[in-house]
Design a protein around this ligand. Structure first.
Ligand code: SF4
Length: 441
């Protein structure tokens, strides 16, 4: 396996093999061409769906265009988040400083768009030239009367995961600044980004159970809801890689407990509803959850049969951002008769990889923070029929000539919940069974 760099060997394991404790949570190895994005991008993907906030990127235009409309996060109201503002720093600004340009941009944009808050992202060059972004934000906050929050995320500062943490800290500045009456059974949804409207599916489930969603952080997010988020009784955390830091801070400061869930696949979706009912110790909520699950599964299982028949025995490779989602995907694939042969993530931790080791079959390759060379070799070696990943994995799959399912920011099909499971089966079927692969190979 000459394609694996010596220093990366401990980040790769095989189920049933000798490496039990996978090395993870570290800075990407130089020369490995990590699939991870930069710190700034990490902060941007988490904060971006707050739809009534102004998002301004203090940096060269490339940082803004690289993350423009980066998630397919839908909004049921304002769409200010979809505009990608930038101070467009040029050579002169780098030499003489860009703080005044930032002040002028904020002044103009806040007056024009009347946002509920502004997030100001610092990129690499701002970290180098040292513009005093904090004091510009403080001045604008005072002048305009809205929260103006610095997001200090120069790309070189660490990994995408550090960007998640920085985003959580920015959100945390808003939490606790507004008090609204909140019903008894109220939760916040953390870590759903309303890709293709997935949040709306979840809202419907919780509504049927009689649970109020106080704030969604950050899919279809609103500044005032986030400010009032501390009044919820529970934080339900999906994408824990990005949101666990916020959940922990809210537990410590506001005593809001949290639980980790996943909304992908039948088992995890059902557990997400049962776990919330269990938390509130309410038989009424539990009965409502059971009824909902019974009805949805009763509808879904027969609809999955033809897909399972066609896909049984096919092999899948998974490489996604968060490991918790990867775990749900293994279970969802099993439900349609498929076996996972490669599984990896950009940001998984030791516990996640331990869970994966226990869940997957012998010889499954597990990889942390992989690169295109490794991934290409793994899918070839394991004879995968399908690759599940994001925008950077798509060309790997297509070049090799195998089906691809987008399970990342850009997808246009909701894959969460019970309807999402059916969409997933349809998409996997369409790509795996496509006749085009015969010609490519
Ligand atoms: S690495 Fe730096 S320059 Fe590149 S996109 Fe990220 S913040 Fe911008």
């Amino acid at each position: 396996m000459s394609y694996i760099l010596e220093e990366r060997k401990k980040q790769i394991a095989r189920v049933g093999g000798t490496v039990k404790d996978i090395d993870c949570g570290k800075v990407s190895l130089a020369g490995s061409v990590s699939q991870r994005a930069c710190v700034f991008c990490g902060s941007r993907v988490v904060l971006y769906p707050v739809a009534d906030a102004l998002h301004i990127i203090h940096g060269p235009i490339g940082c803004a265009s690289y993350t423009w409309d980066i998630r397919g996060s839908l909004s049921s109201g304002p769409e200010l988040h979809r505009l990608s503002f930038s101070t467009d720093l040029r050579e002169k600004d780098v030499v003489f400083g860009g703080a005044e340009k930032l002040r002028q941009s904020l002044d103009e944009l806040i007056d024009r768009h009347k946002p509920k808050a502004a997030f100001v992202y610092s990129t690499c060059i701002v970290g180098v030239i040292g513009d005093d972004v904090e004091s510009v934000c403080a001045q604008m906050e005072q002048e305009k009367g809205i929260p103006v929050i610095p997001v200090q995320a120069p790309g070189f500062q660490g990994s995408k995961k550090d960007g998640y943490k920085i985003a959580c800290e920015a959100i945390f500045k808003l939490v606790g600044t507004l008090d609204k009456p909140t019903p008894k059974y109220s939760i916040n949804i953390l870590g759903d980004f309303n890709l293709a409207g997935e949040l709306w599916i979840l809202l419907e489930y919780y509504k049927k159970m009689g649970i109020h969603v106080n704030a969604s952080i950050t899919g279809d997010g609103r500044v005032d809801d986030i400010r009032n988020a501390h009044n919820a009784s529970l934080n339900v955390v999906q994408c824990s890689g990005s949101m666990i830091h916020l959940a922990k801070m809210m537990k410590e400061k506001y005593d809001v407990p949290f639980l980790r869930v996943s909304y992908f696949g039948i088992e995890d979706m059902s557990d997400a509803l049962y776990d919330v009912a269990k938390f509130f110790k309410s038989e009424e909520l539990m009965d409502a959850a059971r009824k909902l699950v019974r009805e949805e599964i009763g509808r879904l299982i027969p609809a999955l049969v033809p897909y399972k028949e066609a896909l049984s025995g096919k092999r899948a490779a998974i490489y996604v951002g968060g490991a918790f989602k990867a775990i749900s995907l293994v279970k969802a694939l099993r439900l349609i008769g498929m076996k996972t042969v490669v599984i990896g993530s950009q940001t998984g931790d030791k516990d996640d990889y331990k869970m994966i080791q226990e869940l997957c079959d012998d010889d499954t390759i597990i990889v942390d923070d992989s690169n295109p060379v490794e991934l290409s070799a793994f899918v070839k070696e394991t004879k995968a029929d399908l690759f599940i990943g994001g925008v950077k994995e798509r060309p790997i799959a297509y070049k090799i000539g195998l089906g691809f399912c987008d399970h990342n920011h850009e997808r246009k099909e909701p894959l969460a919940g019970y309807d999402g499971m059916l969409n997933f089966a349809k998409e996997v079927y369409a790509t795996c069974m496509s006749p085009v692969w015969k010609f490519v190979k």
